[in-house]
Design a protein around this ligand. Sequence first.
Ligand code: DSN
Length: 412
Amino acid sequence: MSKVFNLIDKEEKRQGSQIHLIPSENIASEAVRKAVGSVLANKYAEGYAGRRYYQGNSVVDEIENLAIERGKKLLGVPHINVQPYSGSPANAAVLMALVEPGDKICGLKLSGGGHLTHGHPNITFSGKYYTSVQYDVEEDGRIDYEKLGKLVKTEKPKLIWAGTTAYPFILDWERFRKVADLVGAWLVADISHIVGLVVGAIHESPVQWADVITSTTHKTLRGPRGAFIAVTEKGLQRDIDLAKKIDRAVFPGMQGGPHINSIGAMAVAFEEANLDEFREYAKQIVVNAKVLAESLRDEGFKVFGTENHLMVVEIGNHQEDEKIVGDGKQMAVALEKAGIIVNANTVPHDKAGPFRPSGIRIGTPWETTRGMKEEGMTKIAKWMAVVRDCMGDDGKLLKIRGEVEEYLTSRK
Ligand code: DSN
């Protein structure tokens, strides 16, 4: 047992001594983590409050109802399901509820900043069991809504995903709605990445435009690992049974027993996100990201974005053994040696594949939680420029690592 806890200590030290810029990661509060590690983890509760398949769920019912009430209030929706284990099962449940296997669905390409569950062809359930047509971003990294409209008119998908994992610009929900209405498609907003900015009132909410909203709870929302599916008034107007269909698709359609400990932690996170403090936090995430993007440009990087919490930075690509490979991975590995954690990522229209793509993805949610402000962002940009210029020189990378550690310690 102690071996595991020694490793947890080790991981805590690692997190404390490195700069974290993966935009989908964050630091959950003590209260959120306490709920995750609580006795709620001991209980099975298949079903929904008041209709469980196991006894002993009177308190669990209260917990789930509390999470639901807080979630509805936070999002401004009439119905929310808080049982999805994470984003992918949530999106799978939405597809199960709204379309039939083989039906046409439409989402943003992975290389353009989309997600695997939005119809990535061949290898994912969303691309294998549904007929997927995908839209892409333009050279500048932005979605061309007119082009999307034309594609949708021709292909007539039954469901359109409006959601991203590496898209640094604001999504135009109204235009997505207009596009969906061209063919009467369902519009599903997957706000996993930007949910904190939406509930923090920095970005417009899709609540009046989408039929359904999905989101993970551990990214900008700063909650536990988990997800929710919200049904909007618009969605209910279209199908009065929509909430029921979503609930049935989650359980028993996709999942068994819900993770009540995560649901308890979600209730905590929803309350935390409803505070002024959180709105300040959301604002600072974007301020930090803008400063970081500008500072990186000043250092000569090509940066896509940003209007939100993240940006994609092009590192370049080259030919190796007749294959085009990108330098994003190499840069990410060098940055890790220097104590800065990012992930390699495709850039718009990347010629290299996703394992060795031509860019890196950078975001500010984690370090903003840690209290970092604009001055920290310019420092990070300078360190990144040195890393780019001395990628193969481990001595220099270790020197930066020392500086990073010293900086983080000085801020504690
Ligand atoms: N893996 C998540 C991300 O990093 O954006 C998306 O599911």
